[in-house]
Design a protein around this ligand. Structure first.
Ligand code: PRP
Length: 182
């Protein structure tokens, strides 16, 4: 019988570490937004498990929404260089938005998303990212709340995919090289 774990070189972040990081971020968000009612904006699809984990530990009113974007590599972030596959459903004008990301890698997606939300007239925008990969950044952008800092490795699990698979692993692991080179 096939088992997903056999494709994983090593577990980098256990489920327990992810839960603890999510709880820490939730408490920081509570403190920073105690007089506000922020919008938790989940970026599909990778951030879905982190969104579900972090939101249940936030003990102030929040509202939720979802967006699916792709950034065009090499482009700047002026309007038109971000592809909106699924737009926000609510009117975010004058709202305090917290982008929920699974990973900030090159930074292109986050940078373009921040620009896009500013064009929509948000009052403020920050980002909570479960994983930060600072070594691979190509544009200057930084998440405000970071769960875990990772070295440059091929990560899968807890939302992170390889060819749309492995998102359902309860931990984040390094994918065996033979899986993505075959
Ligand atoms: C992933 C991830 C981030 C982005 C980070 O999304 O969820 O949004 O890439 O990469 P970057 O910093 O290099 O821009 P992806 O477009 O792969 O979609 P997915 O969430 O559906 O997997």
């Amino acid at each position: 019988m096939e088992n997903l774990k056999q494709d994983i070189e090593k577990i980098l972040f256990s489920h327990e570490e992810i839960v603890n990081a999510s709880k820490r971020i939730a408490k920081q968000i509570e403190e920073d937004y105690k007089d506000k009612e922020p919008v938790l904006l989940c970026t599909l699809k990778g951030a879905l498990p982190f969104m579900a984990e972090v939101m249940k530990h936030i003990d102030i009113h929040v509202v939720t929404d979802f967006i699916d974007v792709s950034s065009y590599h090499g482009g700047t972030c002026s309007s038109g260089t971000i592809k909106i596959n699924k737009d926000v459903a609510m009117d975010v004008k004058d709202k305090d938005v917290i982008i929920i990301e699974d990973i900030v890698d090159t930074g292109r997606t986050l940078k373009c998303l921040i620009e896009y939300l500013k064009e929509l007239g948000v009052n403020s925008v920050t980002c909570a990212s479960l994983v930060d990969k600072p070594e691979t950044r190509v544009v200057e952008v930084q998440a405000d709340y970071i769960g875990i800092e990772s070295p440059n490795a091929f990560l899968v699990g807890f939302g992170l995919d390889y060819e749309e698979k492995y998102r359902n692993l309860p931990y984040i692991g390094v994918l065996k090289k033979e899986i993505y080179t075959k």
